[in-house]
Design a protein around this ligand. Structure first.
Ligand SMILES: C[S@@+](CC[C@H](N)C(=O)[O-])C[C@H]1O[C@@H](n2cnc3c(N)ncnc32)[C@H](O)[C@@H]1O
Length: 249
């Protein structure tokens, strides 16, 4: 019998910022594969729980791609042995954490998996330093980039990067039209997620040119978040094993 892989976000390091859902998965786990950025106190806690631990963090000078292949194969092997595996990553596994790559790999091999979001450093670290990322009078947007790219690429983010839009449901038609006017392709993938993480979560997929029509008449009343960009396509690949995600692609 095949086991299951939980791809879990461990938060920014403080064990109290580990979620209850993450703790439940850890308790259920037979083996935990963890990264360098998982906080020391959290690793100590895992040791006290007597869990089998495997460190899979990248060491200095090690090639990321090669290491990733090894990790993917290890996840598959352990799940095929019938084990419950927790793949524990710093912050949130889908924010600069290769969680999406691992989910794609597991989905393509028919291995059951679940993603447990974590508290990302993106919002928690500035908050812990007293820096509000948005402020009614000072800033209405946040650009999240990797410092491994040049600044010139940051300026192009609106045309090529992932856009996450909060509070945009009622203006979605105008947003899409204006993004197309700004130079983003009309066929750019887009998703609207209503009541995210809740039992009544709904996800609508489309493109910049058709999403407004797709959600019209769907009576979206809950809080909704919009994601624009090529990464939306990953959801289609990993959906097959995730009944929670509804696809209109
Ligand atoms: C590979 S990214 C992983 C991000 C992670 N998935 C997340 O959602 O926070 C690693 C980078 O996240 C940032 N980071 C993660 N935890 C942090 C912390 N506790 N304090 C400051 N920066 C942190 C640093 O910039 C670090 O180099």
């Amino acid at each position: 019998m095949v086991g299951k892989v939980y791809i879990v976000g461990a938060g920014p390091g403080d064990p109290e910022l580990l979620t209850i859902k993450a703790l439940k998965a850890i308790e259920e786990a037979d083996v935990i594969l963890y990264d360098r950025l998982v906080g020391d106190e959290i690793v100590e806690m895992l040791k006290r729980l007597g869990k089998e631990l495997v460190y899979v963090g990248k060491n200095c000078g090690e090639r990321g791609e090669y290491r990733q292949k090894e990790i993917n194969e290890l996840l598959k092997k352990l799940a095929e042995e019938g084990k419950v595996v927790v793949r524990l990553k710093g912050g949130d596994p889908f924010v600069f954490g290769r969680g999406g790559v691992e989910a794609e790999f597991l989905a393509s091999h028919g291995i059951p998996f679940e993603v447990i979001p974590g508290v990302s450093s993106v919002n928690s670290v500035p908050a812990s330093a007293g820096i509000p990322l948005t402020h009614p009078k000072l800033s209405s947007s946040i650009l999240i980039v990797t410092g491994k790219d040049g600044v010139e690429n940051w300026c192009e983010s609106i045309l090529n990067g992932t856009l996450v839009i909060l509070m945009g449901r009622n203006n979605i038609k105008e947003i899409c039209n204006n993004l197309i006017k700004a130079g983003r392709g009309p066929d750019t993938p887009i998703a609207v997620i209503e009541n995210g993480t809740l039992k009544n979560q709904r996800v609508f997929f489309g493109t910049l040119k058709n999403i407004a029509d797709i959600i019209e008449g769907e009576n979206l009343n809950g809080p909704a978040l919009i994601v624009v960009g090529e990464v939306v396509k990953v959801a289609k690949k990993i959906n097959a094993t995730n009944p929670k995600i509804f696809s209109s692609l």
